[in-house]
Ligand binder design. Sequence first.
Ligand code: SF4
Ligand code: SF4
Length: 258
Amino acid sequence: MSEFDEARQDPEDAKPDLARRRFFGTAAAAAAVATMVPGLSILPASARSPDEPVTEDQRWGMLVDVNKCADGCTACVDACHEENGVTHHGRPTTDPYWIRKVKLRDRMTGREYGMPLLCQHCEKPPCVDVCPTGASFRRADGIVLVDKHICIGCRYCMMACPYKARSFIHEVTTDQKPHAPRGKGTVESCTFCVHRVDAGGDQQPACAEACQAEGHEALVFGDLRDPESRLYRLLTEISSRQLREDLALNTGVRYHGI
Ligand code: SF4
Ligand code: SF4
């Protein structure tokens, strides 16, 4: 992977927007500093209702099948940004992306393909390790988030993330969604549409839902610990890899076809 965008640094942009929104109160309260066994433990899990606490009984994850990812399709990116109120300002090097399509080329075969890239929701997230304020945190169910209330915009997490999955917000934010507060001077990344996950039921993140609606089904979301989940079954039936397996981060996002 060689085509990651590099964010420009502008000291003026580093001033935090203090008008941050309530949101992560619930998520932060539910967060636990959980040490999980490396590898994907195979444990039975039951669906969680909205009033139940987040626990290690579940680990949310996603399988990305790049063979099914259609050339030129950006439905996942568009749906994510619509769902979470992520707007762009015509500045490609600094505009935020929670998910993006990266074009890859196999040097041996010349084969080219597009690969959706998002926060990998690492079991051992480097972004959490380096965060000086605790703003970057991992929930017991594996979802990695940023508490915008205490993010100081230092961007250490952006430097630590091997996947360049995080974005710094340079502009004043408008049209925010109540479930996805954003603020100038803070860092953000994919939340697996945590508001949908916490609503319970069988809701998928917006990207996976849009991909399915387009008839591609390249993104399958689910509970890595639930043998009844489609995600679990697929992972036992087809080969999959983690990006940068050498880092041993035990990512929640797995890829087929790379
Ligand atoms: S930018 Fe925010 S979330 Fe990232 S390391 Fe700094 S304080 Fe933590
Ligand atoms: S992919 Fe990057 S931002 Fe996401 S958990 Fe891993 S280190 Fe953190």
